[in-house]
Write a protein that binds this ligand. Sequence first.
Ligand code: HEM
Length: 140
Amino acid sequence: MRLHPAVPLLLPHKAQHDIQVLSFNVPKNSQVFVNVWSMGRDPKYWKKPLEFLPERFIKSSVDYKDRDFEFIPFGARRRICLGMPLAIRMVNLMLASIIQPFNWKLPKGMTPENLDMEEQFGVTLRKAIPLVAVPNVEKK
Ligand code: HEM
């Protein structure tokens, strides 16, 4: 959700009136895109921003629920994702239900280090080259 956010530019927002955000003047009716993809990789806020280190969140106070604006994979404030409470439960459940029953491995010659994580940009973000993984059921 930080390195590869599902909705990289959030949904388009429109300024209802002239407003100044930090040093930026945003005229009424401007269409505003919030680049959460780039915010999640900003070295100003993240140590080793391009590394996948999920443990960075273990003792961190950074919250995804509309409080810490360096990490808003569900957006924020009035137009925050309505499905967020469902999504945060479902993501864990879906991941657990594919990880638990199988032993997964990468195809021959492929290692986690040489996985191509390039993205295909769109309203939603997807892997440019789909992940190939081989499920294996342990024989008892
Ligand atoms: C991991 C899963 C999900 C992610 C990362 C996600 C992310 C987002 C993001 C970034 C937005 C745009 C927020 C903005 O522009 O400020 C959004 C909007 C929305 N999402 Fe999700 N979403 C997820 C799952 C869901 C689910 C499961 C539902 C419904 C059951 C849902 C319903 C909505 C709706 C209705 C909006 C529009 C809210 C509005 O414009 O007022 N989302 N979501």
